[in-house]
Structures are given as C-alpha cells and as structure tokens.
Design a binder for this molecule. Structure first.
Ligand SMILES: O=C(O)CCC(=O)C(=O)O
Ligand SMILES: [Fe+2]
Length: 358
C-alpha cells in the first residue's frame, strides 16, 4: 500500500491488480483495504476490473442526461417524500442533512442557518430493475435512446466490482470470503449520477449555496467515480471538523465505508458519537467517515469576473444489504468488547435512521 500523492492527502491507495494473483498477494490486498478502512474510512482503489472505457462512457451518458432540457429530465421526477429514492432531483430539491455528522460543528444556530442553504446540485438515482419496492423512474427511451440500457449494464458491472471489494473486506477481517457478499444480492444498491452546475465561488465561500454538505453514507460501502474537477473532501479522523481533499485520480475508485458496515464492525455511528461528545477510538471498527463537496481546490478552476466554478460530475454507487438481511457484530471486530448493538435487519435500520432524519 502506498500513501497518497501530495502532502495534504492522506487517503491510502491500494493496487487491486494483485487481487487476481496468488494467495499471499490476494491477502495483502484484502489486509490493505481493511487497514485503510479502519484508519481513514476511505481508500483509492486503482487497477480494478472496471475498464477506463466503461467509466468514460458512464460520464459521457451522465453529461448527455444532465444536458437535456429540464422538461425532459422532469419526465422522470424523484417521487415526493423519502420512501422511494429513484429518478431526477433538480437543484435544491435534496438537502443533505449531514451537519450533525460534522463532529466539530456544535454551533446550533449556525447549523440551523446552514440547513436552509440550498444544495446546488442535480442528481438522478437508479436501482435494480428487479426491486419492486424501489421502482426505477426512467425518462422515455426516445428522450435519450440507449441511456437505460447502458445504465442497467453499468449498474451490474459496478455490483460485480463492489462484490469483489466486499470479498476483500471479508478476507481482511478473517471471515469467510462471502460473509458480507452473501447479504448483498444486488437488489438494494443505488447508482447515482450527480451534476454540480457552475456557481459563483463567492456563493459557496459565503455559505449562500452548498455543493454537498458533510455527511456519512448509509450504505455498506460506497464506490465513487469523480471527474478531474476536485472538491471532494474527507474529514481528518485525527482532527474532527477538518477536511482533507480527496484529489481526483483518473479511473480510481474512491471507496468508503458506510454507516451499516461501521455498525456491523461494532463501531459507534458518528452522529451518536457527536451527541455523546466522545471521539471514536475503537481501533478495529471500519470507519464511516464524514465527507463533503466544496469548492474545487485550484483558482484556475474558476472562470470569468464572477469566478464561476467549473461544472463537476461524479457517480457514487452505494452497496447495501438486502432489506431482510441481519446485520450483527462481526466476531473479529469485537475483540474483548461486548457487541454494542443487537442484531438488526437493513430495513429496520433504514427505518430508524429515516425517523431520526425526517
Ligand atoms: O460528489 C461527490 O464526490 C460525493 C457525493 C456523495 O458523497 C454522496 O452522494 O453521498
Ligand atoms: Fe457520500
């Protein structure tokens, strides 16, 4: 395992090419991913099985989709409420209420004000074609021919790659290779196309607008693909409230641990730890680390008098267990400690988090 490219960046890099070689190399990859997930909660995975051409194509389709006239995109609107998370969300519709996840942010008034700041992004959420409780919301095929067929193909390819990461995590945690993957049939994953349109840099600097406020993911793991714009930042686990850039690395998967895997590994969720006022120290847990999207880091990413930011595209893929699968403490993460939680199904956990949030 190497560590990152520049001084400010402490996210480990794991070369996944060795995953397909002999036993010791495979184990090394697994251990390196687990180590990164324990120490940082984020890792760049390079030389993985998703070809560059497929990722380029995914970004190409995403741009074609977001460049459609608004009335075309609104033919597949995100249904009202939170129960179904599919379809097109226009700028300002979704506000990530993740301020609770920013460990150092205890200024309630400021947090309340920030919660009213609109998120300047638009998104399009896609799931499995076979999940009746989360029906996909497609635009008509004639609006963008082949879009649906590419995205359903990409959804499956991402699941295949994510499955390999789940296997590596299981091996790195001294579990049977399929211990985690067995609970993920692929029905409950979510492929999200994200577009952050240009915005005056000053609006982001003055908190009049946000791109994506600090939050943790609800998934088991997330795989993120980002363009070269920059702006993704990850909370420094040693300095809560401080964020380090997750500098774009062409074709790398930025993989992070979600809340469910953290709970699985006996970790306290970040929001609860903030409420209890304690720093997370339990060494064996996999960390669901807070992250956010802010300004691109370099001034040359701004254009014109108004210092308009460049538009940014990213594609997160969230892997989640099946709704009836039981999440219970992984024995190798417990050590001497008792399990912190009773076993819970993904559906119950989701309900619990949703009721805290809405
Ligand atoms: O756009 C990004 O880079 C991150 C998006 C993200 O964190 C999310 O959708 O959960
Ligand atoms: Fe996220």
């Amino acid at each position: 395992m190497t560590t990152a490219m520049d001084q400010t960046n402490t996210i480990p890099v794991v070369d996944f090419a060795r995953w397909n070689s002999d036993g010791p190399s495979r184990l090394r990859v697994a251990r390196d991913i687990v180590d990164a997930c324990q120490k940082v909660g984020f890792v760049y995975i390079i030389n993985h099985s998703l070809p560059e051409s497929l990722l380029d194509e995914a970004f190409h389709w995403s741009q074609l989709f977001f460049d459609l006239p608004q009335e075309e995109k609104l033919k597949a609107p995100h249904p009202e409420g939170w129960a179904i998370h599919r379809g097109y969300s226009w700028p300002g519709l979704e506000k990530v209420s993740g301020l609770e996840a920013t460990s150092a942010d205890d200024d309630q008034e400021r947090a309340k004000g920030l919660r009213e700041v609109p998120d300047i992004k638009e998104s399009y959420d896609i799931g499995s074609e076979n999940n009746p409780t989360q029906p996909n919301q497609w635009i008509p095929d004639e609006s963008l021919p082949e879009f649906r067929s590419f995205m359903t193909h990409f959804y499956r390819e991402c699941f295949h790659m994510g499955g390999e990461i789940l296997q590596a995590l299981a091996i790195g945690l001294n579990l049977d290779e399929n211990h985690l993957l067995n609970k993920h049939s692929g029905l409950n994953n979510q492929l999200r196309l994200l577009h952050y349109p240009p915005v005056p840099a000053s609006a982001l600097e003055d908190n009049r607008a946000a791109r994506c406020p600090a939050h943790t993911d609800w998934s088991s793991i997330t795989m993120l693909f980002q363009d070269d714009c920059g702006g993704l930042e990850v909370e420094d686990v040693h300095r809560p409230g401080y964020f380090v850039p997750a500098t774009p690395v062409k074709n790398a998967i930025v993989m992070n641990v979600g809340d469910l895997l953290q709970r699985w590994s006996n970790g306290l969720c970040a929001a609860w730890s903030t409420m209890l006022g304690c720093l997370l120290t339990d060494a064996d847990r996999l960390r669901s680390t807070s992250h956010r999207v802010t300004l691109p880091p370099l001034a040359d990413r701004f254009e014109g008098q108004e210092r308009m930011t460049r538009r940014r595209f990213s594609i997160p893929y969230f892997l989640s267990p099946d709704s009836d699968s039981v999440i219970e403490c992984i024995p190798s993460c417990r050590g001497e400690e008792p399990a912190k939680y009773e076993p819970i199904t993904q559906a119950e956990y989701n309900r619990m988090r949703a009721s805290m949030q809405y």
